[in-house]
Design a binder for this molecule. Structure first.
Ligand SMILES: [Zn+2]
Length: 342
């Protein structure tokens, strides 16, 4: 098969479009002929590598993908060849205490497709059948690939863990990335009032088109927590979605008493100082999570298929052009998801 892979960590130049053996589906697995993959910032972090990351090289990036079933391993009865599917990249063992208790994203042997396991920048991938969601025959495969990881992550963080409710005010830090645009839509779906902090007027206009109610341009006011206070009648936001990390000090200030800071990532960097007094004196909760459960995945994909959550696609590149696609993502030039045509 054709794949875009890397033999050593490094910049975009390490990505090579080349031949690689097609995987064979094991018992319980399904071989998917991918037609679309979607990028995540994690892809670039894995390509760059970090201390302690051990991969079997060459490695294939990519957590998100959609396509049709090309072959079935033994004992797979719920799918047939030709079915169109999208992938849940959250890989649990299916046996540990967490997997047995419907908390498979906390699995003791947790893996993320494309992070420690070869992923979707390829013509084929083989996965356990329960990782797949069957799509209607006419559903766009790029939209399906673009939907999976970001909606799963946003849904688990905001609805399952963060208990975001109708009528609450949520502040979302950042307007451009895939998880942030998904977060705006999830907040809109549950009926929350949405404040978006963005870095420029174009991204804020795009956030508004997805349903953001109040737009704050952080290039004009560095301490945007004051603007959140003003916008909430000096009460503060019920919840803040902060996947930047380095903005935690402002997010803690922007929350009301008893508010929740929800985080699934750290695009601005993992280490920073916070003032602990905000956490205890304001009765704040900091709620972290990664990905979501199999049940969350089915729930969000049902909403995507029903048109309640609409994936935003920024631009589509060919599989050969994966390096240029990653560069666009890493520079933050995208609004919504970047996909690869395979
Ligand atoms: Zn497990």
């Amino acid at each position: 098969m054709k794949a875009t892979l890397f033999y050593e960590h490094g910049g975009p130049e390490v990505l090579a479009y080349t031949d690689f053996p097609t995987p064979e589906p094991k018992a319980g697995e399904v071989l998917v002929r991918l037609r679309a993959a979607a990028l995540n910032r994690m892809d670039v972090m894995v390509r760059n590598g970090w201390p302690g990351l051990k991969l079997e090289l060459p490695h294939i990036n990519g957590a998100d993908g959609a396509g049709e079933i090309a072959a079935l391993g033994d004992h797979v009865t719920e799918f047939k060849i030709g079915d169109r599917v999208t992938i849940n990249a959250n890989l649990g063992c299916g046996k540990c205490e967490f997997c047995s208790n419907a908390q498979d994203n906390m699995c003791r042997e947790w893996h993320l497709l494309g992070e420690t396991v070869r992923g979707t920048y390829a013509e084929y991938v083989s996965l356990p059948a329960h990782q797949l969601y069957k799509l209607p025959a006419d559903f766009d495969l790029h939209a399906a690939a673009a939907a999976s990881l970001v909606y799963l992550t946003a849904w688990h963080s905001m609805v399952r863990r963060g208990a975001l409710n109708a009528g609450e005010t949520v502040t979302i830090v950042g307007a451009g990335g895939g998880v942030n645009s998904a977060s705006i839509q999830v907040a809109k779906y549950v009926g929350a009032r949405i404040i978006v902090i963005g870095s420029n007027s174009q991204k804020l206009r795009e956030a508004e088109s997805l349903g953001a109610d109040i737009l704050i341009d952080r290039s004009r006011q560095e301490d945007w927590s004051k603007a959140v206070f003003t916008a909430t009648g000096k009460r503060g936001a019920d919840a803040v979605v902060d996947n930047v990390g380095t903005t935690f000090p402002l997010s803690l200030r922007a929350l009301r008493k008893g508010g929740r800071l929800l985080t699934v990532g750290n695009s601005g960097g993992p280490r920073f100082e916070i003032d602990n007094r905000y956490i205890f004196a304001k009765h704040l909760s900091v709620i972290g999570s990664t990905m979501g459960t199999l049940a969350d995945f089915k729930e969000v994909m049902d909403l995507v298929i029903a048109g309640k959550l609409k994936p935003v696609i920024d631009r589509t590149f060919s599989l050969k052009e994966a390096a240029a696609a990653q560069e666009r993502l890493w520079r933050g030039e995208n609004f919504g998801k970047i996909t690869l045509d395979i």
